[in-house]
Ligand binder design. Structure first.
Ligand code: SF4
Length: 376
């Protein structure tokens, strides 16, 4: 059996570890490129969300590389994500591919179904063994998340452009080799130390921006033209509201972000007090929270036509007025160009600079969780 899952940001590090422990051959899809998107867009409905098109491209590239079993995360409404798996499967079958397709439904929807999906990949798997494997792989994934989170802040202060990105490549290699829980804990510290060792200019005046929005757009650098690196190289200190291990953690306590999902939802409640799917509610709560913490501005990312984020977008003008915080909304589809995005970002940063000069920004409050640990 050769298993593949769609490419999404840094998730592949955790998948590498997980499938190795499950003793399943993992076909890592090639990193998403323009070719991936072109293939996906060609075979997907025109109105489908951008992430679905990239997923389809990933699957086709993985099948062409030898994968015979595809896994997709399940979910449910109210947005289109709940239909992703079935739509993707139908597209691939219509194209004539032969494969097994497994939907991994959320643990909260039924522990037994969740276990059975893994057991179909690894027949001898017992529930205690699966629990142990998931715990270790998850802790490794979380250690990677802490690493990338730290890089978003260090990059703004780096003395030599590109040092943080180079340090991250080195840190990834340290972390990926760790196997046992103790080794992961130790490697997490060592990897963070590599990023922290980047030469920094602590006196540099940096703008502080929080990036919120739809899950996939936030996590997959290809889908947003490497926005975080671009902003870091413009001396912007960043925080992001969504992290992959926060998102899949059963309790949704958002340890990496530092603010539990429930707390963020409470912040959104005066404007949006029910689930609209995706991260719509978290986007509003994240903006309120960032405004209260003294960020200079917010950037919201969404796939063009994303229902939950469009609901959030319609509410944002009121949140902006109430909290006096600038928000830049960037929508992406396969027609979006990098140059246009960079121009809009530059204009937005000019605005934030001008506000600073007039003393419009409050005092920045650091995030609550800086724990450089891989502990679950
Ligand atoms: S959150 Fe938006 S982009 Fe993601 S599946 Fe739902 S509608 Fe599509």
């Amino acid at each position: 059996m050769k298993v593949s899952v769609p490419h999404m940001g840094h998730l592949h590090w955790m998948m590498d570890d997980l499938f190795e422990r499950l003793e399943v051959e993992y076909v890592k899809p090639p990193p998403s490129t323009t070719k991936t998107l072109t293939i996906g867009a060609k075979h997907s409905p025109e109105f489908a969300c951008l992430p679905l098109k990239i997923n389809v491209g990933n699957y086709i590239e993985a099948l062409e590389t030898g994968a015979d079993t595809l896994v997709m995360a399940g979910g449910h409404g109210p947005c289109r994500f709940g239909y992703y798996g079935i739509v993707e499967q139908r597209i691939l079958l219509d194209l004539g591919y032969e494969f097994n397709f497994l939907m991994l439904e959320p643990f909260s929807d039924g522990a037994l179904a969740f276990y059975k999906t893994f057991k179909s990949l690894s027949p001898g798997l017992t529930i205690p063994k699966l629990y142990r494997i998931l715990k270790i792989s998850f802790s490794k994934g979380r250690a990677f998340d802490y690493l990338y989170k730290r890089s978003l802040q260090v990059r703004a202060y780096e003395v030599n452009r590109g040092d943080t990105s180079r340090a991250i490549r080195e840190a990834e290699q340290i972390l990926t080799l760790a196997r046992t829980p103790d080794e992961i804990e130790e490697a997490a510290r060592e990897a963070l130390a590599v990023v922290d060792a980047v030469e920094q200019d602590p006196d540099r005046e940096v703008l502080k921006v929080c990036v919120v929005g739809e899950f996939f757009l936030l996590l997959e650098p290809f889908s947003n033209f490497g926005l975080e690196e671009i902003l870091g190289h413009m001396d912007v200190y960043l925080e992001r509201s969504v992290w992959v291990t926060d998102w899949i953690a059963p309790k949704r306590d958002n340890k990496v972000y530092g603010f539990p999902k429930k707390f963020v939802e409470e912040k959104a409640a005066p404007y949006l007090n029910h689930n609209v799917g995706g991260e719509g509610r978290e986007t509003i709560g994240g903006i309120v929270l960032a405004a209260e913490r003294g960020f200079d501005g917010i950037i919201q990312l969404l796939p063009f036509g994303c229902m939950p984020e469009n609901i959030a977008t319609s509410i944002i003008p009121k949140v902006q007025r109430d909290h006096d915080i600038p928000v830049l909304t960037l929508a992406f589809d396969e027609q979006t160009g990098r140059a246009g995005m960079v121009t809009r970002i530059e204009a937005f940063l000019d605005l934030l600079e001008a506000r600073r000069k007039t003393g419009k920004t409050g005092t920045y409050v650091s995030y609550v969780s800086q724990k450089p640990s891989a502990a679950v």
